[in-house]
Design a protein around this ligand. Structure first.
Ligand code: IMP
Ligand code: MG
Length: 184
């Protein structure tokens, strides 16, 4: 693997395709075990998670459904602040075992605000399966049941993750090069 350029930045290899395949297979095995007889509904959060969600889903060995949503946040009319809703949610979540599928949990803000919205529909359970987690960056309390890789707090692209729209189309994950910080 070589260094790549995405827009104005240089990225260096970080996770290989083999590492990713192996870890995603382990996660699928774990989920298949934990959710046998529960017919989980995976809710994949677009855009970033589409590649991870597809690979994870096709390796499940149990009955499971998948649906793709977008999370939109806007400022509510009241002072309580942010309202976070899902676009494309066509399932009745009542009584379902829901697994949210994310590309990365960074600050945790998105999921921290979104999960209460899901809880209003009374699912039987809500778990999070995230491909990547940056523990040093996470500021909001969240419980993450399935984490592919814990990574340092440095920007990454590839395997669905983008830098300003580009870089999603790599099987590998690349990390911002240390000497790329002062480029522009
Ligand atoms: P949050 O801060 O946990 O709410 O992160 C929300 C979103 O920021 C993620 O779902 C990603 O779309 C994006 N994001 C955070 N860190 C990275 C990164 O290193 N590369 C690409 N996207 C990122
Ligand atoms: Mg995302």
């Amino acid at each position: 693997m070589q260094r790549i350029r995405v827009h104005d930045k240089t990225f260096v290899p970080f996770l290989t395709a083999d590492q990713i395949k192996e870890r995603v297979a382990e996660m699928a095995m774990q989920i298949s075990h934990d959710y046998r007889d529960k017919k989980p509904l995976l809710l994949a959060v677009l855009n970033g998670s589409f590649m991870f969600a597809a690979d994870l889903f096709r390796l499940l060995t149990i009955d499971a459904e998948i649906s793709f949503i977008k999370i939109a946040s806007y400022q509510g009319m009241r002072s309580s602040g942010k309202v976070v809703t899902a676009i494309g949610m066509e399932h009745d979540l009542n009584g379902r075992a829901v697994i949210l599928v994310e590309d990365i949990v960074d600050t945790g803000k998105t999921l921290h605000h979104f999960i209460p919205t899901l809880q209003q529909q009374h699912p039987a359970s809500i778990a999070v399966a995230t491909f990547l987690h940056k523990p040093e960056a996470t500021l909001y309390p969240l419980s993450l049941q399935y984490v592919g890789f814990q990574i340092p707090n440095r920007f990454v692209v590839g395997y669905g993750l983008d830098y300003d729209g580009l870089g999603r189309n790599y099987y590998q994950v690349y990390q911002l090069a240390p000497d790329s910080l002062n480029e522009s």
